[in-house]
Design a protein. Sequence first.
Length: 225
Amino acid sequence: MKVRSDFVTNSSSSSFIVLDINSPTFADIIRRFQEDLEKQGWYQITELEGSNVSLYGDETYANTPENFADLVYSLARMFYEEVYIPGEYDTEEDEEEARMQFESDLEEAEEDWDCCLEMRIAKAIIDAKEDLESDIESVKMISGTVGWGGDDDTRYDKESYSEEYLSGIYEAIAKKNGCSIEEAMEDEDAFCEYVGSHTSNEENVYTYDRKTGKEEHSSDYSLDY
């Protein structure tokens, strides 16, 4: 991988989460915190009807789960990354330390309303893990990042793109520079300059349907060019 950082100096990115879930337990948790969430404004509740919940989180990042076993953890970390998760630690001592630290942070954060809200929601989700695993009917979770300029190394790694997509980039470079596609493919500086000057879009998607038993996890990386 070849990285160039001198073409674009103003680097920034924005992350978001989109969640559509059918779960009576999760819906009850969101209803419990609905008023505070709407006041906070970091998460938009676009649907809350029966057991159906749709959320959009702006400037929020969370890893989408690889499988159903990770789903509840991902839902909790969607709100607070450092939430205590029972049974996830290498030793009993590590787990006890993590539990005590989280409880201490939660107690101290009571005075910080914004932080405390996210911690309390994450804790409520972990506390309801068994109920959630038994009543989640379907879920679609999208974790996305939009980047401007040379803000991440992913854009410079040609393996980030499909062969078809990479061919499109070479065609665009050839057209821009007035050269052949073969010449564009051999010009590493031209490639780095070109991908570094466009907006990037990265999306990780997880879907699950209890009725069919089907779950999928996919990733996509692209440029706006």
